[in-house]
Each structure stands twice: as C-alpha cells, then as structure tokens.
Ligand binder design. Structure first.
Ligand SMILES: NC(=O)c1ccc[n+]([C@@H]2O[C@H](COP(=O)([O-])OP(=O)(O)OC[C@H]3O[C@@H](n4cnc5c(N)ncnc54)[C@H](O)[C@@H]3O)[C@@H](O)[C@H]2O)c1
Length: 329
C-alpha cells in the first residue's frame, strides 16, 4: 500500500465534496477511491481543520508540522493544497528534507516566480522527486479527446478564440493558458494587455490579454470578468469549419458546424459533438495517474502533467505579470 499526506485541509483538499452525492472534487475523496493509496496524515496550520478532515476520512494522524509527519510516515505522495503563495516554501522545504516522497502533487499555480520555479525544478531532478501540477483540464477526458480531434484537423484551422475568466491572471489565468497550450501544442505569445481588474488576491490582477499562436496566427482574447457578479469561465473557439463553446466550467458544450446555404453563404448549424464520457472527475483522474505511476514508475505516465510542461505555461504567466506591472503604478 502506498502512503499519502495532504497539506492544507481546505476546499480542494476535502470540502469541495458534499456528503449528498458521490461526485469527486477533492484530493481526499479521490485518494479514498483508489485501492492502493492510503492518506496517512492530514496537515494544516489550523489544527481544527486538519482534525476535522482526518475525522471525515477515519484517519487518526493529523497535525500542523508537515516535515515531522513526513519523517514519521515516509509518504510516497504528498498533495499540496495550501494557498498559492505558500506552495514554493512548502515544496522547497520538502525537497531539502532528508526524507522525500516519490511524488509531490501541487495545486496550481506551482509557485510565484521563475527563480522559485528553477529552484524547485533543479532540486526535484536532483532528488528524483516527480512534481505534478494540478492543471485540471489536462486530466479531463473531454479535453483529451478534443486535443486529439484538433490534432486530426477535424475542425480546420483555429481562427480566433475568446475566453472569459475571473479571479486573477496567476490564480485562474493559468488554467486558461495551460488549456490553450495543452489543446493546440503551439507557442503562444502575448501581444497586448489592454485592461485589468483587481481581485481578492494580492498582486494578482485579472488581465484583458490578446495573445497569438506562433504558427497558426490565430488570435486569442482573454476577457476579465468580475467575480463580484458571478464566476465566469468560458472558452469560445472559432475554427475554419466549426465553432465550439465550452461554457460555465464545462457544464455546457455548444457545437456548430459550417454549412453553405441556398444563397451560397456560409452559416453555422448546431450539431452533436461526442467528446466522450460525461461526468468524469479531473481530480479522480489525476490521483488515478499518480496511483499508476507509483505502481509502475514509468515517466511517460506523468509527462503531460510534469514540471517541464508547466515551464512554458508559467513563463507566459510571468511575462504577462511583468507587462501588467505598469497598471500597479
Ligand atoms: N485545480 C483547481 O481547479 C483548483 C481549484 C480550487 C483551488 N485550487 C488551488 O488549491 C489551493 C487551495 O485552495 P482552496 O480553495 O482549497 O483554499 P482554502 O483556503 O480552502 O484551503 C487552504 C488551506 O490551507 C491551510 N494553510 C495555509 N497555509 C498553510 C501552510 N503553510 N501549511 C499548511 N496549511 C496551510 C489553510 O488553513 C486552509 O485550511 C490554491 O492554490 C488554489 O489555487 C485549485
């Protein structure tokens, strides 16, 4: 049996799941569902939160000092589910510790700047610790199928995409940039930052950004939306032969195909698009990947989620942050 420790016992660690249904939205429930991994300790600076989650998952070990629990339990995998600005310190302390897990599964964004990133990367290679980042759409079978269809050129060339997002360029924009890179597998450049919105996160504005795919030359527009109204996360991809809207956090997929009408004009017509299984949980798929990796230790099982993949994403995030620094003055 492999052992896991969860650091940070808040929403994504455990409380995104409700008692009322069996859907899986948290690390704790996803680990609970795999037969070969046991969560052996829950850690939080707030001891009550650690104790509460430990109780829900029938675990008698909880605390607030992750290093001592790592030394005691020697876990194979550690989930880092703490706020964004704590990720670097926690990963770094784990990597310089004598006892290290085989896998660190960290919530996005992995860290705050390129110095931190390079340090983590170097140490993780030196200590042979696999760092996986929860860029969740990479674990979504529908996006995996969509990527394959884009690769097979089913929809034709991408002409333009419009994306609505909220809650910070670094905090949530990272999901958008990661998804674009994952789906289209092309270099992406920032052309313009033309607006911004403040957020609840320190030093993290939600930016209006124009980007360009290198080869394809498709323009991508990210539109900031204010969370005070509601959370908005939508992709609208306009391809040569079709349009696909993925609305409201993947709750709605709207697909239209191009056709020529009797006046020989091009229009769009609604069509069915089969992207596969309905309610597959991204976090469950992620923990399944980790479970398989721990068993087989084959690097190709985790390469799509690795720190090497994250580098391109984070470089775009930090470039955007640098360009946007003029807004703070
Ligand atoms: N992948 C996704 O789609 C997704 C979704 C939601 C949240 N997240 C990420 O997950 C992380 C946590 O988000 P959340 O919404 O669960 O936050 P949360 O505030 O609900 O939980 C964070 C917990 O970490 C604890 N904590 C803070 N500092 C700590 C430290 N140094 N050591 C141990 N515990 C500490 C807090 O007490 C709190 O209980 C964030 O980085 C967020 O960006 C990712």
């Amino acid at each position: 049996m492999f052992k896991a420790i969860i650091i940070g016992c808040g929403k994504i660690a455990g409380y995104f799941d409700s008692d009322l249904d069996s859907s899986v939205s948290s690390h704790a429930r996803a680990y609970d569902n795999v037969p070969n991994i046991d969560v052996v300790a829950f850690i939080d600076t707030d001891l009550d939160k650690a104790q509460k989650l430990a109780k829900i998952y029938n675990c008698d070990s909880y605390g607030n000092d992750y290093i001592s629990f790592i030394n005691k339990h020697r876990p194979d995998v550690v989930s880092v589910c703490t706020p964004d600005n704590t990720h670097f310190e926690i990963i770094n302390r784990m990597l310089i510790n004598k006892v290290t897990p085989s896998v660190i599964f960290v919530e996005k964004p992995i860290c705050s700047n390129s110095n931190e990133f390079n340090k983590i990367k170097l140490l993780s290679k030196r200590k042979n610790v696999a760092i996986l980042i929860n860029h969740s759409r990479r674990f979504n079978p529908k996006y995996i199928n969509l990527k394959k269809m884009i690769q097979r050129n089913v929809f034709g060339k991408l002409i333009r995409a419009d994306v609505f997002y909220y809650g910070g360029w670094k905090h949530n924009g990272v999901h958008v940039i990661d998804t674009l890179l994952f789906l289209f597998n092309e270099n992406l450049f920032i052309r313009k930052i033309y607006g911004y919105m403040t957020t609840q996160y320190q030093n993290d504005l939600t930016l209006d950004v124009e980007l360009l795919f290198d080869k394809n030359k498709a323009k991508i527009y990210l539109h900031a939306f204010d969370e005070k109204y509601y959370q908005l996360f939508d992709f609208d991809f306009k391809f040569e032969k079709a349009r696909l809207k993925i609305e409201n956090f993947e709750n709605r997929y709207i697909f239209d195909e191009k056709f020529t009408n009797s006046k020989m004009e091009s229009e769009l017509i609604p069509r069915r698009l089969n992207l596969g299984k309905k309610n597959s949980s991204c976090i469950q798929n992620a923990i399944n990947v980790i479970s398989r990796y721990l068993k087989l230790k084959k690097a190709n099982l985790i390469k799509d989620y690795s720190i090497d993949e994250a580098k391109t994403v984070m470089n775009i995030i930090w470039k955007g942050e640098k360009y946007a620094s003029r807004f703070k003055k």
